[in-house]
Design a binder for this molecule. Structure first.
Ligand SMILES: Cc1ncc(COP(=O)(O)O)c(C=O)c1O
Length: 361
């Protein structure tokens, strides 16, 4: 039996459930149009400049990529105003999460995370034989006081997705400042800011300013506002020594050449990012209003998605919405059985979503 050969810590892991391909769903359900509002992607697609860069880069895929991501790091370093040595580039920010665990976490070291939060922290922690310490959210956001109270001599990493996935709520600057004030220097606090471009609150922390002062790492991605999920590219910002050690652990060619070229072009297309942000803001406030008219509770979001309490099985609603050509995410895997999460789409998609939701409820 293969199970006898598998590492013990892998046996208990629940696999991450990706959705089915859209074409397959259309065929199964016999419908011609489906909108996907399940994975927090950019409904506008990638920047036109990125598409041009992708076509050009495609001509050279017979060559290995630049293993140091030299030009991308230069571009990112200018854009973020940090040194290139502070950057670590990954095959999605997902890979940076894994690299952080593989670089710093020994067997049974504790890794603190919230529940619910991005599912990969827990899965990747178990794979590396770390011990997840899971704390409930408070008011749908990270409970920083409880996190701090849970730190022990064995704590190595703390993951805080700010804003949180799947709730969309964020923690402000004053709370973060207080949290970091007397934090132990023997651990690293990872702020996962996958959705930072969409944040509306004005007191969102500028966590970059802690680099060099505290053991912090910031994760960002090109999968959300930049619309490059399919190419897999994200990055971490950390103190130079931290980044250097993580560099030892990664595969030599972890980020493909097409992704590097597209991300450089996308970084320069400020207009595309601005348009994407405006579209999400418009859609978000439209959906808030519609949900209120309809009498549904939702969580105010600093991201491109909204968590909605449907007060019945979210999985049933997901199935029924699917038949009406709208894919949302049910929240069973996150332990929020009466919720769905919807990614804000184009205005036409948002209207289609509301129509389907009204229909099924
Ligand atoms: C909070 C959070 N972190 C990280 C990621 C991973 O993004 P990437 O596509 O860069 O791997 C996601 C994706 O959904 C996310 O929600």
């Amino acid at each position: 039996m293969i199970k006898n050969l598998v590492r013990k810590n892998v046996i208990g892991i629940k696999p991450y459930e990706p959705g089915k391909p859209i074409e397959e769903l259309k065929r199964e359900l016999g419908i011609s149009s489906i909108v996907k509002m399940a994975s927090n992607e950019n409904p506008l697609g990638p920047s036109k400049n990125a598409i041009k860069a992708i076509k050009k880069a495609a001509l050279s895929v017979n060559r290995y990529p630049d293993g140091s991501c030299y030009y991308f790091k230069q571009a990112l370093s200018r854009s973020l105003n940090v040194s290139a040595d502070n950057l670590i580039i990954g095959n999605g920010s997902n890979e940076i999460i894994e690299l952080a665990l593989r670089t710093f976490v020994n067997k049974d070291d504790e890794v603190i995370m919230s529940e619910p939060s991005f599912l990969i922290y827990n899965i990747a922690c178990k794979v590396t034989e770390g011990s997840p310490v899971v704390l409930p959210l408070k008011d749908f956001k990270a409970d920083l006081a409880a996190i701090k109270a849970s730190i022990t001599d064995k704590t190595k990493l703390i993951f805080i997705d700010n804003p949180n996935n799947p709730t969309g709520r964020s923690v402000g600057e004053a709370e973060i400042e207080k949290f970091l004030e007397d934090i132990s220097p023997n651990l690293i606090v990872v702020f996962d800011e996958a959705y930072y471009e969409f944040v509306e609150r004005e007191d969102f922390p500028d966590t970059k300013r802690y680099i060099g002062r505290k053991n912090v790492m910031i994760l960002r991605t090109f999968s959300k506002a930049h619309g490059l999920s399919g190419l897999r590219i994200g990055y971490g910002i950390a103190e130079k020594e931290t980044a250097a050690f993580m560099n030892r652990v990664r595969q030599p060619f972890n980020v493909n050449s097409v992704a590097q070229a597209a991300a450089i072009a996308s970084l320069e297309d400020l207009e595309h990012i601005e348009n994407s942000k405006l579209l999400i803001l418009e859609g978000k406030h439209y959906l808030y209003k519609q949900l209120e008219v309809f009498g549904l509770d939702y969580v105010k979001s600093d991201t491109n998605f909204i968590l909605i309490n449907v007060k019945q099985s979210g999985r049933d609603i997901f199935q029924k919405m699917l038949k009406r050509g709208v894919i949302v995410r049910d929240m069973n895997a996150y332990g929020l059985d009466s919720y769905i999460r919807v990614t804000i789409g184009t205005m036409a998609e948002n209207r289609k979503f509301m129509k389907a939701l009204r229909g099924v409820l």
